[in-house]
Structures are given as structure tokens and as C-alpha cells.
Design a protein around this ligand. Structure first.
Ligand code: ARG
Length: 617
């Protein structure tokens, strides 16, 4: 089983500290091992003695000596040296480093099957009926998909859920409007584009009346900007249209065939466009991952009855609410409005129940905008209160809102077109590919046009995705085409290019020496000598740990940062250490072996992020 030397040293140090200090050792004491600041002093330093000395009231150097005396690390490092106030300097033994690299270079790249295989349900994408995908949906799709891939890579069972917004009053509006236009012979539904539908939807919203009561309730209960915005949007219309839309919704909800058929066609058009965007984005969301809000319609009444029956929900001003004070949330969750209607939150409570109890979810992750934070904290707390997060064996599912910030334009305001409209996702991708094609053409004029087009697609899409994944998830970030498509810096193209360089070394190695990435595994033993080789080796060994911690923290940007450092280390190595022109065959083969492992990790890491690895660019 693979363990990187750093983790192993942490364990051995802790054991030594227990031996040296017994009961005196504070519970949270760690070896505090970090990479050495200066390679002259070794590869790592253990900084435990300073903090521990303070806690125990002993001189840190004495503490360091006591630890070193109790250490059993001969197989990993040279005899440790104590320096300065009590640093313990550690130099890896070559044999240990080489053995670790060998073990990492196995099939699994050091990522072993998990002790317990979890079912992880990832909520992603979340498009709405009759609406086009715009930049805002990139994050929900790309981050959600990367989280799904991280858990898949760790060996868990992942179920993606596209919580398609296809139910509720707005849906009644658009269905009613489309049906009317179709009956008047003004539109032919099957030939409508999603853009047409969106325009009809806008019009319908404008002509519909204001739900003042709903808005007041949302404000009174402080149900958050999402709910408020939804209602404010409709407060801007007139009242007869609203009544019609309401009766359309009732008809739809009671299964009226005419309405259902129109609704279904609108849903098909919306989803076809959504799936096409996801395909281009290389985000795994298809029909099988889509569970619209409408699929919960039967469960809603059941959930509400259950919560009411068990006294978990209570009446307030004719509405039904779930109080969450015990969970530190003062705003109750509104389960049913006084007019009997259910809400977005009702559906999400039913979704938690389904995802835990029917789908067996041990972990539910929601890649959804930060503006829905209150919504999810309410949904999670209400579901807990209801016991919907419990499995049959009594274990609790883990619920996490992987919320994210907004994509901003260069003016630091939400990214819009020049005329102030939302940027359509497909337009953004087209533009990225167009620019990538120019950049790729400049970088490598020898690519044939069709290959250039293919590469440009992978580079353009990869660049957009990487920009989204590499910035801290919870922060807003400023989007700039030139920066994200650059071949230098912490960008997708830079990482794709690092892999291309590795592969091109092997193309030459095969031409000149008949050595391939596969055959080198048998003939080239690791032999780390130069500092640049060592830096790269130590970086490689972190890979399994980084994948694990990126998943555990729901932070794909940790993996991005890691891969960027690896690519930079590779670049320094490549500048300093000749590979094919190394001083001996043995040295050449050892370096090729290191290149192979770097290539494998880069390829694996990119695919975990959902970014296409390229052979050439
Ligand atoms: N359709 C929702 C929206 O546009 C996003 C859905 C997120 N997922 C969820 N389970 N609520 O805001």
C-alpha cells in the first residue's frame, strides 16, 4: 500500500512523541513536519519541539532530543539532526524515496480503494424550464462534475442529480402562454428553439400579476434572496394573466393532457439544449442524471402530511412551517403557503428524503450558488429534524452545500454582455474556442487545420473549466478570456501543455531509442539525484493525498494548485536536467521513468478535473 514519506514520518514521529512523553503529551500534538525551507538542511523539518516545549515548560532543544531518541525512522531518513532552537532536520534516504516512487507508479497511482465505499449524491447543473444556460450555470455544472469525479476517483459510488426546475407557478405561466400561441397558430411547438421559449416566458412573466402576498410572506419569514427574487420577478405583471397561469398550473398538476403534452415538449427542448451544453463542457449530465422538481410532485403531499402528523411542522398564519431555532436558524422553513401551494424548499426536503432513503446516499453534495445558502441550511436542518437524513441502520448522511461565488466581468460586476444581458453559455464556449484556435495556431503552426480545430476545442473548453475550478470555490472571480487561455501561468492550457511536453519526449524516445512510456517502466529504475528531480519526486508523492483532501474539503482548486506546482516543477526539471541527452543510458532511463510518472499524474489529475488531456497542441 502506498504511503508518502511525509505521512509515514508524521505517524512515526507521533509514536515517538507518545513514547517520549506518555500521558504528558497533549491530545492534539503533531509532529508538524514541513518541507525544508533550505534543501541544504534536508528535505523536511519537524517543528514539533517548539510548541511542545512551551506546553510542557521544557527547553525545546531538550524536547527535540527526547523525540529523536525515541524515533524509529532509520528505514526512511538519515539520522535526524537538531538545529537552532529545536528544529529536527530530516533527509530522505534514496532507497526510501525510490521505493515510494515505485509504489506510486502502480496502476492506482497510490489511490487505494476506500475502507468504506460511500454512495455520494451530487446535485449539479440545476437548469430551469424554458431558460437558456448562461455563465451562472458553468459553475454549478463544472464544479459539481469535478466533485463527482473526485469521489469517483477515490472509488465511491457517485449519483449525479440534475435538479431540473420544471414545476411551480412560472412553469404554469410559460406552459399556458406556449399553448395559447400554438392554438392560435402562431407557433409550431416542435420547431421552437430554447431562445424562442425564453422570449415567450419573459413576455408571460411580464403580463402576469403580482403575488404580493407571497412576496410579503417571503420577506416576513426572511426566506432569502432567491425566494424573494423569484417572487419579485412576478410582482411586475397584471392579474388576469396570473389567474390564467394559476389555473394552467392546476390543470398541469392534475394531469390535464393538453397542458401536460405542451409542458413535456417545452421540457424536452430545454433539456436537449442543456445536455448539448454539458456534452460540450464534458460534464456528465444526461437524461439519466436528471430528476426534475416535477418528479417529486407525488412525494410533496406525503412529506407535508408526515411532517404535520409528527408535529415537526406547525401552522402559522394559515401557512405550514418548520421551526429551526434548535438548529441555530431563526428563519423557519416555509413548507406550504396559506393558499396550499408548495415551494422550492418543500421539493428540496423531499429530495433529501429520496436521496438518503431511496438512493442510499451517505453524502449529499450540492453544487449551487452561494445565494442559496440560507435555503440549504434550512432544508438541511428541516430534513435532520424530520429524520430524513437517517439511514435504516441509524447512520446519518452528511449534507454539504458546496456553494460558490459569482463570475465577474472586468468591471467587477457580474459578467454580462455589453448590452447588459446574461452571457449565454454556448456563446461563451464559442468565443473561448475561437480564441483558443488563434492561440494554438500561433503556438504550433504545423498542426493540420482539422487537428487544430479539435485541439482548440479541448483547449478552449479546458481553459474555461480550469479557470472556474482553480479559483477558490467560495469566492467570486474575474473572468478574462486572455488570462484563462494563456499558455503560461496557472491555466488549463499550461497544464495540458505540460502533459504534451512529456508525451513529446516519449515520441522522441521511441524514434531514437525505441523506448515508450510503457516499456520504460521495466527498464528504468528511479534514481533521484539533482535537486530539480528531487523537488519533482516529492511533489509527485503528494498526489494521492491531494486528491483525498480536495474531495474531503469539496475543493477542486486544491487539485488545480497541486497540478500547477507539479507542472512548474517539471518545467524546472526539464530546463536543468537533460533527459534524452543525459550523461549515461542509465541516467536517461531514470529520468524517463520520472517523466513517465509525471505524465501519468498529470493525465490522471486532468481527467479528475474533467479536462481533456491532449497528445499535441
Ligand atoms: N433550479 C435552481 C435554480 O435555478 C437550482 C437547483 C439547485 N438544486 C437544488 N436541489 N435546489 O436556482
Amino acid at each position: 500500500m502506498f504511503t508518502d514519506p511525509l505521512t509515514e514520518l508524521e505517524t512515526r514521529f507521533h509514536e515517538a512523541m507518545v513514547r517520549a512523553f506518555g500521558d504528558e503529551l497533549p491530545d492534539n500534538a503533531t509532529a508538524a513536519i514541513a518541507p525544508s525551507r533550505n534543501p541544504k538542511f534536508g528535505d523536511f523539518q519537524a517543528n514539533a519541539a517548539m510548541a511542545l516545549g512551551k506546553r510542557l515548560g521544557k527547553p525545546p532543544r531538550d524536547v527535540a532530543t527526547a523525540i529523536v531518541d525515541a524515533l524509529e525512522v532509520d528505514d526512511i531518513v538519515d539520522p535526524p539532526e537538531i538545529a537552532g532552537p529545536g528544529f529536527i532536520n530530516l533527509r530522505l534516504k534514496s532507497a526510501a524515496l525510490h521505493a515510494s516512487l515505485d509504489s506510486l507508479d502502480g496502476d492506482a497511482l497510490g489511490i487505494e480503494a476506500p475502507e468504506r465505499r460511500e454512495t455520494v449524491v451530487v446535485d449539479l447543473c440545476g437548469v430551469n424550464l424554458a431558460k437558456q444556460m448562461h455563465v451562472g450555470h458553468i459553475r454549478a455544472s463544472v464544479i459539481g462534475d469535478a466533485l463527482a469525479r473526485l469521489y469517483e476517483r477515490l472509488g465511491h459510488e457517485v449519483k449525479r442529480q440534475n435538479h431540473f426546475g420544471d414545476w411551480g407557478l412560472p412553469i404554469g405561466m410559460v406552459t399556458h402562454a406556449v399553448r395559447r400561441l400554438s392554438e392560435a397558430g402562431q407557433v409550431d411547438i416542435p420547431s421552437l428553439s430554447l431562445a424562442d421559449l425564453e422570449a415567450i416566458y419573459r413576455d408571460a412573466q411580464l403580463t402576469c400579476a403580482a403575488d404580493h402576498k407571497g412576496l410579503a410572506a417571503v420577506r416576513r419569514f426572511g426566506l432569502g434572496p432567491k425566494a424573494e427574487a423569484e417572487l419579485e420577478e412576478q410582482v411586475e405583471g397584471a392579474s388576469a394573466a396570473l389567474a390564467e397561469a394559476k389555473s394552467a398550473l392546476v390543470a398541469l398538476q392534475s394531469g390535464d393532457e393538453g397542458f401536460v403534452s405542451v409542458w413535456r415538449q417545452i421540457a424536452d427542448i430545454t433539456l436537449a439544449a442543456c445536455f448539448e451544453n454539458c456534452r460540450r463542457l464534458q460534464v456528465t449530465v444526461t437524461e439519466e442524471h436528471t430528476a426534475g422538481e416535477s418528479t417529486y410532485r407525488e412525494e410533496l403531499a406525503e412529506v407535508v402530511r408526515d411532517l404535520e402528523g409528527r408535529g415537526i411542522a406547525e401552522e402559522s398564519d394559515g401557512a405550514l412551517i418548520v421551526r429551526l431555532d434548535a438548529y441555530g436558524i431563526k428563519e423557519p422553513l416555509l413548507l406550504r403557503k396559506s393558499d396550499g401551494g408548495f415551494l422550492y424548499a418543500t421539493t428540496d426536503v423531499a429530495a433529501v428524503r429520496r436521496r438518503v432513503q431511496d438512493m442510499g446516499g451517505d453524502r449529499l453534495v450540492y453544487a449551487v450558488d452561494a445565494r442559496q445558502s440560507l435555503h440549504f441550511s434550512q432544508v438541511f436542518a428541516a430534513s435532520r429534524k424530520a429524520g430524513y437524513t437517517k439511514h435504516q441502520d441509524g447512520s446519518e448522511a452528511e449534507l454539504f452545500h458546496a456553494h460558490f461565488g459569482t463570475i465577474l466581468g472586468s468591471d467587477n460586476k457580474p459578467f454580462k454582455t455589453r448590452s447588459g444581458d446574461n452571457v449565454k453559455l454556448s456563446d461563451l464556449l464559442d468565443e473561448a474556442i475561437r480564441r483558443a484556435e488563434l492561440a494554438v495556431g500561433e503556438k504550433n503552426p504545423s498542426l493540420a487545420p482539422d487537428e487544430r480545430q479539435r485541439v482548440a476545442e479541448a483547449v478552449g473548453i479546458g481553459a474555461i473549466k480550469y479557470a472556474d475550478l482553480s479559483s477558490d470555490r467560495i469566492k467570486d472571480y474575474v473572468f478574462d478570456y486572455d488570462r484563462v487561455i494563456a499558455f503560461e501561468g496557472n491555466t488549463g492550457p499550461y497544464l495540458q501543455y505540460a502533459l504534451v511536453r512529456v508525451l513529446s519526449i516519449f515520441r522522441k524516445a521511441e524514434d531514437e531509442f525505441g523506448i515508450t512510456m510503457e516499456s520504460i517502466a521495466d527498464r528504468g529504475a528511479f534514481n533521484i539525484e539533482a535537486p530539480e528531480e528531487k523537488a519533482m519526486a516529492l511533489q509527485l508523492l503528494k498526489y494521492p493525498g491531494v486528491v483525498g483532501s480536495a474531495a474531503a474539503a469539496y475543493e477542486p482548486h486544491r487539485l488545480c494548485g497541486y497540478l500547477y506546482e507539479l507542472a512548474s516543477a517539471f518545467s524546472s526539471f526539464f530546463d536543468a536536467c537533460p533527459v534524452l541527452r543525459a550523461s549515461s543510458e542509465a541516467a536517461r532511463d531514470a529520468r524517463l521513468r520520472l517523466c513517465r510518472l509525471t505524465g501519468r499524474v498529470l493525465r490522471d489529475g486532468l481527467s479528475v478535473l474533467g479536462i481533456e488531456p491532449l497528445e499535441r497542441m
